[in-house]
Design a protein around this ligand. Structure first.
Ligand SMILES: [Zn+2]
Ligand SMILES: [Zn+2]
Length: 262
């Protein structure tokens, strides 16, 4: 059994919990740790979990909204952490005081098992040193988790083909970003090939990954100023050919409900 829940999404802090169950074994991994310890505990309680239920962390890249509280949370819980070597170096992980065995290097397409989970990291085009996103499986079904993507590469599509559920970025509406009061350099960065995924690109990706076995799709990492849940639901429902109430949008401070992957 595989399920996931986004705990918060967007520039204010990202974290998602993914849980796999196999026989008597249950494994939970937190993907990204952009939420502080106390707040993380509060959101886990809302998910009917406790801090001590988190068995490991996977960090996608060194931007503060993803890595921000990793040192404190992993240090407090004493749990293993996976990230790319580039992310580790970019966030000065060597100064974190972790033991060698607590840190694990994740590499593009190198599948690793952790408890009841199988995790496949894959490289994405984004303006970080060595960013990875992930596909997770319990051995029978799989989900893709994809935020902070500058553009849809063939590699990303290949890694996510056949997923049974997706949590994916739909960052901005192109028109809203263009008309926003953001400085030009920031508009260029966000909309550039190593920035964030527009709604149009997210829809194109959703269309490409759509198949009869694709269940729940959760849109995430929405810009609070240059996007709206209504626009995302409308364009994703059109792209996937399903009604808007079959698609979810992760909220910045409350995330999503639990999604069962089947
Ligand atoms: Zn981000
Ligand atoms: Zn980022």
């Amino acid at each position: 059994m595989l399920r996931f829940k986004n705990l918060g999404s967007g520039s204010t802090g990202n974290a998602s919990i993914v849980e796999a169950q196999c026989g008597l074994q249950t494994t939970r991994i937190l993907i990204d740790c952009g939420i502080g310890l106390k707040e993380l505990e509060r959101r886990l309680i809302q998910a009917e979990l406790e801090l001590s239920d988190v068995d490991a962390l996977f960090i996608t890249h060194e931007h503060a909204d993803h890595v921000g509280h990793t040192r404190r949370v992993a240090g407090f819980l004493g749990i293993p952490v996976w990230m790319s070597q580039g992310t580790w170096l970019a966030c000065d992980g060597l100064d974190w005081g972790f033991s060698g065995s607590q840190i694990n290097v994740a590499r593009d397409t190198e599948v690793f098992g952790f408890g009841a989970l199988q995790i496949t990291p894959f490289t994405v085009p984004h303006d970080a040193r060595e960013p990875l996103q992930v596909r997770l499986s319990d051995g029978s079904v799989s989900m893709g988790l994809l935020t902070d993507l500058g553009h849809v590469s063939a590699h990303v599509v290949a890694q996510l083909k056949g997923c049974n559920a997706l949590l994916m970025e739909a960052n901005h509406d192109t028109q809203m970003l263009r008309k926003s009061g953001y400085p030009q350099f920031l508009k260029d960065r966000i909309s550039g090939p190593l920035g964030h995924l527009s709604n149009d690109s997210a829809c194109e990706l959703a269309r490409t990954l759509n198949h009869p076995g694709l269940g729940q799709v959760v849109a995430a990492h929405l810009s609070e100023r240059n996007n709206s849940p209504e626009i995302v639901l409308e364009c994703l429902s059109r792209a996937l050919g399903r009604s808007a109430d079959e698609i979810w949008v992760a909220a910045p401070d409350t995330g999503s409900d639990w999604v069962s992957v089947s």
